[in-house]
Structure formats: C-alpha cells, structure tokens
Design a protein around this ligand. Structure first.
Ligand code: GBH
Length: 454
C-alpha cells in the first residue's frame, strides 16, 4: 500500500552475515561449575567498590544453562551468526597446565546447538577474563603471559575448528590495557604508569601474533583468523578533503600501538617520539610475529573520534565533543553513525584489508517498561538505524564488510557498570531470568528478513 516504504537500493549483499555478540564473563554465570578456575574478573567484581552496586558475573544471564532457549531466540530473530567468547579458565583452570575436558565440553554443546539451527559460530579467545594465577605472576606485564595465551588459543582452536570457522584472538586490546592497567577501572584494577603500560601493551600485541600462529598450527587449514579491535574511530569532522586526509593519518597514529603495529610490524615514529623514554623494548623477531597475516579484521564501533586537519607535526587534531553532544545511556557513548563508514573505509584502504566484520556495535538504553509490559527502546532503534545506514553506505562504496554482530543479544554484566547499563535487544529480568524482546529486536528481525535498511 501507499503507506509502505518504497523499495530502495539500500540492500545488503545476499550472503551478508547478521549476528549478535556476547562474551563469556558477561553472560555465562556458573563460575564454580565443571572445574572452571578463577579469573581476574571474579577477583575484581568481588572486591568491594569496584563495580556498580557490587554486581558480579556469578550468575549473569545464566547462559551456561540457558543457552538452548537463548539460541532458540536467536533463531526466531533470524540471526545467521553468533559471536561468543571462550572462558580461558574453563579450558585451563589455572591458565596453564592440564586442560579441563568438562569446560571444553560446554563449548562443544553450545556450538552444536548453534549449528543445529543453522547459526554460524564465531569464537573470540580472549574477552578480558585472564586466569587469576597468571595475574598473580604479573599478568600482561609478564611476557610469559603471551606464551600462555598462545598455548591456550592453539589448544582451544584446535579442538573447536571442525565446527567453528572464524576465530578472533582478542577483544578490544585497548580497553583491557587502558582500563585494566592505565586507570584501574577494570580488572585487574591497576594504575602502572606510562612506561610499564607501553611495555605490557607490547606483550599484548605479541600475544595476539603468537596466538595467530598457534591457531594456524593446530586448527583446520581453512580456519579464518582475525581479531576484534576497537580501533579509535577517526572520523572527519566534516566530509571535505582536508579533514578526510587528516582522519586517514589519525587512523594510523591513534591506533599505532594496536592495529597499526599488527598490520605493519612496526611502531610509528610519532608513537615512539610521543613515548620518548617510556617506549617499549622490542626485537625485530617479535615484530615479525606481531604482524602475522590475518584473514579478516573485526572492528567494534561505538563512539566516534572527530578529527580535523591541523598544521602540527601530527597533521591532525582531535575535536572534543561539546557537552551538549548527544549520547546514549552510557556517558562515553556519543553518537556518530558516520564512524562506522569511516572506520571500515579507512582500515580497508590503509591496510588493504579484504574482509571486515563489525564484531560489535550497539547501545545502552534506560529501557522504560511500558504499561503493556513491552520495552519500547526507541533510542536504541534510532541508534541502530543510523549506524546501519552508514554501514550500508560503506558496502555500496565497495568496503568489504561481510557481517555485523550487534552488541548484544541479551542485557548482561556490563563490567564495572554491573547490571545498570543494558545493551541487549532482549530485556533480561535478572531476578527471574525472564527474557523479553525489545522493540529493537523486532526492528533487527525485520531488517534481517528484508536484508535492507529503510
Ligand atoms: C565493548 O566495550 C566490549 O567489548 C563489551 O564487552 C561491552 O559490553 C560493550 O562494548 C559495551 O560497553 O572511562 O568511562 O570513558 C566498549 C568499549 C567502553 C571502551 C567504555 C571505553 C570508556 C569508559 N568502551 N570505555 S570511560
């Protein structure tokens, strides 16, 4: 009828992978079950004053037991892919040593349930839940942690690669480095200062590279290996050539210690100059490992970093957001739909990346429950519609984005924000574990079914 949206060219590719993303500690619960060992997030969340309300992931979404129903929910929404993470301490309860078969069995059961309904599993090996015994030996400050990670990653990918085609070594290196060791707001809650921070950052990218090699050595040869990186989303403040050029320079420099070094195997001159005496020790052999080729790059996109041209040494400057700038329910989550366009376009262009996934995108909402019991999260729908419009624009421009993982299916343990910040398109009543799809779930389901954005 005349009230229906007109057909448009805003289609997505036929084989586009629509999915959702989660992480072990944020959804699983069952922290004492089947031989799981303690991680730094158990320690941190149980330390008074560290999380909102003292919330912990002890139960979370109880996904460890409720995965069959939750996977049914994914199927009803029409999801084609699911990104999950493995809890290191379910596989190796003390980080290294003998593997724990009962922990591995859980991921076999869960992956089997996904495959049974035609949902493709994507596996992240490290989403921040470092084994506590490794932290007791220095955590990422200890270079041996990189070796322990590679051993765990290789073992786990080797066991799952008959069923899982895509592995990501790590999720958001910047976040767990900066918040875990830089400002202490995430586990392990340390503030180590710039010199130690630069050195442990180097161990993290080394662990990624060693992980890539270990996965290749043990997994099926057709396994695809990548990362889920929250690159700083450098976005031209307005789209004119001088600011676009500046955003391109900024993409390399702002991500010098993460995406740039893993793509190029060297730290930029500006990065080393900015660090001066705090620069990390590294060897040419390590750089070769760090830049081990990946098959795809996953990018988590949330807030933009606005960039303008500048006559400084760097050639660009960050434009801070005015206090009136629109934000979602998390103060850090400023709204910049164009970011998803520029982040993917610049990454593809600078490093000639042939396969990109949006491994996370989504928003928090205060989620008012209406008198009829439904959750009309119009703010989240607005956020998604705008970001997905810009993602479609990127695909139309030839940026090779192959899939999109919405963060998140369920409201879950939002780290230091506990259960206060809800990122799900499905509402979770944590007292009863009841799931209620929000308006945004309906929006996403319809978008997937039509495979276009209007
Ligand atoms: C991602 O983090 C995570 O991968 C995922 O686990 C998480 O649940 C999801 O997104 C939603 O947050 O110092 O107050 O300015 C998002 C990454 C979180 C990184 C907020 C920067 C700044 C907090 N960002 N953080 S603040």
């Amino acid at each position: 009828t005349s009230l229906q949206a007109a057909p448009s060219s805003r289609n997505f590719p036929n084989d586009f992978l629509w999915g959702s993303a989660t992480a072990s500690y944020q959804v699983e619960g069952a922290v004492q079950e089947d031989g799981r060992g303690p991680s730094i997030w158990d320690t941190f969340s149980h330390t008074p004053g560290k999380t909102h309300h003292g919330d912990t992931g002890d139960i979370a979404d109880d996904f460890y037991h409720r995965y069959p129903q939750d996977i049914q929910l994914m199927k009803e929404l029409g999801l084609k892919a699911c990104r999950f993470s493995v809890s290191w301490t379910r596989i190796f309860p003390s980080g290294t040593g003998a593997p724990n078969q009962r922990g591995l069995d859980f991921y076999h059961r869960m992956v089997d349930a996904l495959l049974a309904v035609g949902i493709q599993p994507f596996c992240t090996l490290y989403h921040w839940d470092l084994p506590q015994p490794l932290q007791d030996r220095g955590g990422w400050e200890n270079r041996d942690t990189a070796k322990a990670f590679a051993d765990y990653a290789g073992y786990t990918a080797g066991k799952l690669s008959d069923k899982v085609s895509h592995f990501m070594t790590m999720n958001e290196m910047r976040t767990f480095v900066q918040q875990g060791y830089g400002d202490g707001t995430h586990a392990p809650g340390l503030i180590v200062g710039p010199k130690r921070l630069a050195q442990l950052t180097h161990h993290v990218v080394l662990a990624h590279g060693m992980g890539v090699q270990a996965i290749r050595a043990s997994a099926r040869p057709d396994t695809r290996v990548g990362i889920a990186d929250n690159v700083t989303v450098t976005t031209p403040v307005i789209e004119i050539p001088e600011h676009i050029a500046a955003a391109r320079v900024a993409m390399r420099e702002e991500n010098a210690m993460f995406q740039t070094v893993i793509q190029e195997g060297r730290y930029t001159e500006l990065y080393l100059k900015r660090l001066a005496a705090d620069a990390p020790h590294y060897t040419p052999e390590e750089m070769t490992i760090i830049r081990s080729p990946m098959d795809f790059v996953g990018i988590n996109v949330y807030q933009p970093t606005w960039i303008r041209a500048d006559h400084s040494d760097a050639g660009y400057a960050v434009v801070p957001a005015p206090s009136s700038y629109p934000r979602m329910f998390s103060p850090w989550l400023s709204v910049g739909p164009e970011g998803i366009y520029w982040a993917t376009k610049l990454v593809a262009d600078i490093w000639k990346v042939k396969e990109i996934y949006i491994t996370e995108n989504g928003s928090s909402s205060s989620d008012l429950i209406a008198p009829d019991g439904a959750v009309y999260d119009t703010d989240r729908v607005m956020f998604l519609r705008n970001y997905l419009t810009q993602m479609q624009r990127a695909i139309s421009d030839g940026v090779p984005i192959k899939g999109y993982f919405l963060w998140s299916l369920l409201d879950n343990f939002e780290w230091a924000d506990g259960y206060e910040k809800r990122f799900g398109i499905v509402y979770v009543d944590f007292a009863t574990q009841k799931r209620t799809p929000k308006l945004s779930a309906m929006f996403y389901k319809n978008l997937i079914a039509s495979n276009r954005i209007v």
